[in-house]
Write a protein that binds this ligand. Sequence first.
Ligand SMILES: *Cc1c(COP(=O)(O)O)cnc(C)c1O
Length: 223
Amino acid sequence: MKVEQKFSLVKSNIVSACNRSARSPEEVTVIAVTKYVSEERALEALDAGIIHFGENRDEGLAAKWDRLGDRPVWHFIGNLQTRKVKNIIDKVTYIHSLDRHSLAKEINKRANRQIKCFVQINTSGEESKQGLKPDEAIKFINELKEYPHILVVGLMTMAPNTNEENILRNCFRRLKDLQTEVENLSLHHAPCKELSMGMSNDYMIAIEEGATFVRIGTALVGE
Ligand SMILES: *Cc1c(COP(=O)(O)O)cnc(C)c1O
């Protein structure tokens, strides 16, 4: 299926999910996750009108960047090794996987401007998942004020790979509650208004629970 058709489908699903939860579709930004697809396919997504793109490896980002350059808004969405920061920092506007001080320090050092960061939270408790435990988040975010190049725009989570709606909703609600708590602290370096949650198989549920950025690969650009 062409990206254009898939994008139409995703957009109508977003409208439905917003209707069910009394939200406005303008509150939801779609990130096309292009990590599985060719540069050609990424270019097709750009031509279909998608603006935000996500990659989870420095090599993948570099390859797509060679073709698409700075026309998209680039998001780094995966586990980020500290030594790889220098390879991605000039290309990305957003980093979704901030979860430790060593990484914050390196981002701050390598960036020549403010980077919009999501603090990644492990809402499921699965050991395989990256991210801070929910009860570690506030302390960590408070401590990020020493890094002038880091702006905490929101929180990010990955829900478990399951179709059990209750489990998914619980993860998303936990993130929403924590995000509200941080936002209410009114920290200058951490406005924390955004929620990056929802992928191909759970983005509609994530939107019903408050997602403002959804990261969609397979369902949007999958071949
Ligand atoms: C791959 C990936 C996605 C997109 O996955 P799909 O299931 O293909 O939509 C979203 N977020 C992160 C962090 C990813 O690594």
